[in-house]
Design a protein around this ligand. Structure first.
Ligand code: PLP
Length: 276
């Protein structure tokens, strides 16, 4: 695979990160994982919007760099003859220098898409206060995933696939690297982004697909003690799509979740980005 490493196209095995890159030194970076179907990036404009919003939050001045991404992605896809992949775009603060003239760095790499067939997957609920999670408002996808990754390791050690966080006010927020949804009486519920939840590209897509299917959609405040009343639950991300989940023996027929999972798969397979 050919990687784009800040201006250079290099073989993956030869790619290096400069030792003095502030993304590496201080976690000063943003990233996006972009689903690519039939060689076409899925909802690239949403990923660019999220990057731009993240740049504003962490005061990176990089509109010009952002504008180069679509063409670089095309070149990346062509060079690697990519049909289906998860492409990772990363912007770092760049090599350390006198803070004012540090030059942002851009990296592009990719990995394959995994299949997740044996659902429901187990999730486990953790209190956010036990993990060092940085929540910016609006939420950003930064290179500071320490709390998320610690929780993911703890979840896996406990036999679960993914942790789900409960914030200090007792509300469900999101997973370590995914969003979460519930269904109750034909209403699709997901934690509101007011809680500092990442506005997932797939989260948005699912809400559109659900409306098209006649479900009511509510971005809501959901408490852990309300979960037993839910009819269905699933998690979502660019990597897993829609993945039905269970916890503590929660049972469901996943009626709507299965439909939404299929709808999203079909959208991916079509190579299109828009729900029509
Ligand atoms: C914390 C968090 N929430 C949600 C998501 C899902 O976002 P998307 O649907 O854009 O993949 C991610 C993706 O990496 C994430 O890191």
């Amino acid at each position: 695979m050919m990687i784009y490493a800040n201006g250079n196209w290099v073989k993956a095995e030869d790619a290096v990160i400069p030792f003095n890159d502030q993304g590496f030194l201080y976690g000063e970076s943003l990233f996006e994982t972009i689903r690519t179907n039939h060689g076409k990036p899925f909802r690239i404009e949403k990923h660019l919007e999220r990057l731009q919003s993240g740049m504003q939050t962490i005061r990176m001045d990089g509109k010009a760099l952002l504008d180069t991404i679509p063409a670089l992605l095309q070149t990346f896809i062509a060079k690697n003859e990519i049909k289906q992949a998860l492409i990772r775009v990363m912007i770092t603060r760049g090599a350390i220098s006198s803070a004012s003239d540090a030059k942002l760095a851009l990296y592009i790499s990719a990995r394959g898409v995994s299949r997740f067939e044996d659902w429901p997957f187990e999730v486990i609920f953790f209190e956010e206060k036990n993990y060092p999670i940085l929540r910016f408002h609006p939420a950003i996808k930064s290179g500071n995933y320490l709390g998320n990754m610690l929780a993911k390791k703890d979840a896996e050690a406990a036999g679960a696939f993914e942790p789900v966080f409960i914030n200090n006010d007792g509300y469900i927020t999101e997973c370590a690297i995914r969003n979460i949804f519930f269904i109750k009486d034909n209403v699709l519920l997901t934690p509101t982004i007011e809680l500092g939840v990442l506005p997932g590209v797939i989260r948005d897509t699912i809400m559109e697909l659900a409306r098209k299917r006649g479900l009511q959609v509510q971005e809501a405040l959901i408490r852990y003690d309300q979960l037993a009343e839910m009819d269905e639950a699933f998690i979502s991300s660019t990597g897993v799509g829609v993945l039905p989940v269970t916890w503590n023996g929660f049972e469901s027929n996943y009626k709507h979740s299965q439909v939404l999972r299929k709808d999203l798969q079909l959208l991916f397979e079509s190579g299109a980005s828009d729900v029509t």
